[in-house]
Design a protein around this ligand. Sequence first.
Ligand SMILES: NC(=O)c1ccc[n+]([C@@H]2O[C@H](COP(=O)([O-])OP(=O)(O)OC[C@H]3O[C@@H](n4cnc5c(N)ncnc54)[C@H](O)[C@@H]3O)[C@@H](O)[C@H]2O)c1
Ligand SMILES: O=C(O)C[C@H](O)C(=O)O
Length: 329
Amino acid sequence: MTRTPVNVTVTGAAGQIGYALLFRIASGHLLGADVPVKLRLLEIPQGLKAAEGTAMELDDCAFPLLRGIEITDDPNVAFDGANVALLVGARPRTKGMERGDLLEANGGIFKPQGKAINDHAADDVKVLVVGNPANTNALIAQAAAPDVPAERFTAMTRLDHNRAISQLAAKTGAAVSDIKKLTIWGNHSATQYPDIFHAEIAGKNAAEAVNDEVWLADTFIPTVAKRGAAIIEARGASSAASAANAAIDHVHTWVNGTAEGDWTSMGIPSDGSYGVPEGLISSFPVTCEGGAYKIVQGLDINEFSRTRIDASVQELAEERDAVRGLGLL
Ligand SMILES: NC(=O)c1ccc[n+]([C@@H]2O[C@H](COP(=O)([O-])OP(=O)(O)OC[C@H]3O[C@@H](n4cnc5c(N)ncnc54)[C@H](O)[C@@H]3O)[C@@H](O)[C@H]2O)c1
Ligand SMILES: O=C(O)C[C@H](O)C(=O)O
């Protein structure tokens, strides 16, 4: 049976994450090896020529699943009929720019894109925001799309989740595939909290296996939370292939489900669970099934975790108040 292609829109398509992302979408890693895709690439006018170059390379791969590429600088065209929207393009922080300036500049991007999704996307649209500050950009886009169910707007903390698994594997000598139920809580920022208290290594509790609170507090948490800055320092540019890989993982899991006995981390609108104020887009442990996610309930949060979750959530609330003050919500 021939399947109808899924429309996948990627913003910031000519950027470095876009370059690492598009070939994997077209080769079937985003949705599945039997799911044809049509790509829509959104760029600003200065980025269109480079996006055309990337599209030429995509053509040159002769991917069997790729059923078309459209390039545009108009969000209304880019999101028309979109089933999956990957919002990667964002305004990077430049010298002398304050956090408020960054939020305002990104408001100018994510508000119109949210409106375009509201007006033109397919009924089943799923949105992943990668562009930073990802959680608050997702909130801005979601607020501009009142006709789209709020839970369809998500922010990426899967890169943090993957980083944490890798650090834990390195510390314990375990295989990455043996580590389950790790959680990133809060914001995709240096305040995020990677939680190993409910994680398992080959079925055993990870915190007990590690048994080293000093390593946890002074090495593991800051290493994961500041990994983005460490990559920038080492590479001279922010993470790209690993960010693209995490975007693929995030959507693949959302659409195809979490494995039995495991969960993942996603930035999603809070329903008030775990004391996170309703509406904030915060990272939670979630399971996915049938194209929908659910927050894992009933986890016991100890004092060590509570303080750190609260600090990151507080930062999210401040970002929300700042964009509200700018009239973006
Ligand atoms: N959430 C995460 O884990 C995570 C990880 C890595 C990077 N990021 C963020 O992802 C974003 C993209 O990173 P990058 O390295 O690809 O940046 P980049 O500068 O290489 O590319 C960004 C692209 O976006 C385009 N763009 C800007 N405004 C746009 C708009 N209004 N519409 C469409 N396109 C637009 C630019 O022209 C550029 O081509 C950054 O904000 C970065 O901080 C997030
Ligand atoms: O940290 C950054 O600024 C880039 C990105 O968000 C990352 O986590 O690698």
